[in-house]
Write a protein that binds this ligand. Sequence first.
Ligand code: ADP
Ligand code: GLC
Length: 487
Amino acid sequence: MSAAPQRVLHVAAEIFPLLKTGGLADVVAALPPALAVLGHDVRVLLPGLPAIRDGIGPLKRLAECGPAFGAGRVSLFSGRMPDTGLPVLLLDAPFLYDRPGNPYVDGSGLGWSDNHRRFALLGWAAAQIGAGGLVEGWRPHIIHAHDWHAGLAAAYLAARPGPRPATVFTIHNLAFQGLFDASVFAELGLPPAQFGIDGLEFHRQVSFMKAGLAYSDHITTVSPTYAREIHDPAAAAGLEGLIRRRTASLSGILNGVDYAIWDPAHDPDIAQTYRSCPSPGKQACRAALRAEFGLAPNPGQALFCVVSRLSEQKGLDLVLAAVDRLIALDAQLVLLGSGDRALEEAFREAALRHPAQIAVRIGYDERLAHRIIAGADVILVPSRFEPCGLTQLYGLRYGTLPLVRRVGGLADTVVDATAAALADGSATGFAFETASPEALADTLQRAVAAWQQPKVWAGLCSSAMQASFSWDAAAARYHTLYLQLQT
Ligand code: ADP
Ligand code: GLC
C-alpha cells in the first residue's frame, strides 16, 4: 500500500464489545485497526458513557475542555480498547454521559431530552481536536464521522477559519437522522447562516444527519447499492435532494467482517468448531441449538434463524405473515431479537402456538447470537431496506445460508441460487424482490427444496463459507479515499 500514512480521527457513539446497539459498533471496532495495518495512525473519539469508560483502561487525562453545552466539567482522556489496543480518546462529561444503558434513549425508550447537547459535544470536541487543540502534538489529517451522532463535527469545522482536516462522513442508516426542535439551534454555537436549507435545517427542524451530509468533504455509505438507492425518495427519508446534490462526493464502500470474532473455525461460543459444511461440527452446533431451545430434535427439518433488531426496517412482519407456510414446510425457526413491542409479542405467540417448531428469545445476547448463527441452516434477513447488513455476512462464513431481500448491502453480498448461479458455483444463498409474505414464503420453499438435496446444499455451503468480506478490502478503499482527499 503506497503513500504517506495519515493521522485519522474516527468519531462515533458506540464500539463493540463495550457498547453496541447494532452493526455500527462492529464497524467502529474493526475498521480503525484495519486502517492501522495499512500504516495509518488512527484514534477513535467516543463519548464517556459508563460502559465505554469502564471498559477502557487505564485512562490518561489529556485536557480539560471547560464547560460546554451545559455539561459542567468536560475532560478528554486517552486509553486503549481491551482486545485490539486501538487508541481511544474518551470525552468525559458526567452530566451528559453518566447514564447506563442504551446510548440514545432513556429507560422508557424515548430519546434523552438533551441528546442535541450530548451529541453536539461529540462533534464539537472532534472539531477542536481537528483544529489542533486538545491533543497536544496530534492533529488529524482526516476526521471520519459516523452517523448523525457525529454529524456536527463537519459543521463545527466548516465554521472555523483557517486550515482544517479533510472530513469524511459515513451514513450507516439514513432512517435515523438526529432531528431536534428548531429552538435547540441557538444552543449549538454554530453560525446562524448554517440554519438554512443548505445547512442543518430540515423542515424547520435541526438535523444532525444533514450537517454531516452538507459539510463533509466526502460522504460514504456502507454498500454500493445503498449508495445508489438513497438517490431516490423511497430510500432517502426526505434527503434525496441533498444526496443528489452531493452525488459526486458520495461513494459506497462495503463493510467487512471481523473474522477474528466471527469464524466457526475458532469460535469459543459454539458447541463445536468447524471448517466446512456439512460437517460433524456444524451438525453438533445444530443439535445443541435445538436442545437449548427445546425444539423437536428432528434432523429432517430445516432450521431457519433470525438475529435482529425487531424494527420496521428489518421486514420481520413478513416472517410472521409467512409463519403458516414455514410450518407447512415442516421447517423450524429460532429467533433472537428485541425492539418493537408488537413484534416481540407476535413472535412470542407464534412460538406458543408451535412450540416444537418455533422458539423465540426476546433480548440482546451476543454469545447466543453466535450459537444461533452456527446452529441454523439458513439466516433470514428480509429487510425493507438495509444499508449493508452484517448478519448475512456472518451467516455466509458459518455455512448458514442467507435468505435475504434484494436491497442495499444484501443485494451486494448474497448470490441467489438461480439455476445459472448453481451451475457456475457462484450461488451463496437466496434472494427475493418484493416485500410480500408470498414472495418470502416462496423463497422459504426454494430454500427447503435445496436443503433437501444434500449435494446442492453442500455446494451452496462451500461457496458461502469461501466468500470473503474482510475488513482489509474495505480499509484499502478508505485508504484510497483518504489519500484522494489530501491531494
Ligand atoms: P443493524 O445495525 O441495522 O441492526 P447489522 O446487521 O448491521 O444491522 O448489525 C446488527 C448487529 O447486531 C450484528 O452484529 C448482530 O449480530 C447484532 N444483533 C442484532 N440483534 C441482536 C440480538 N438480539 N442479540 C445479539 N446480537 C444482536
Ligand atoms: C446500520 C445499518 C446496517 C449496517 C450497519 C453498519 O445499523 O442498518 O445495515 O450494516 O449500520 O454499517
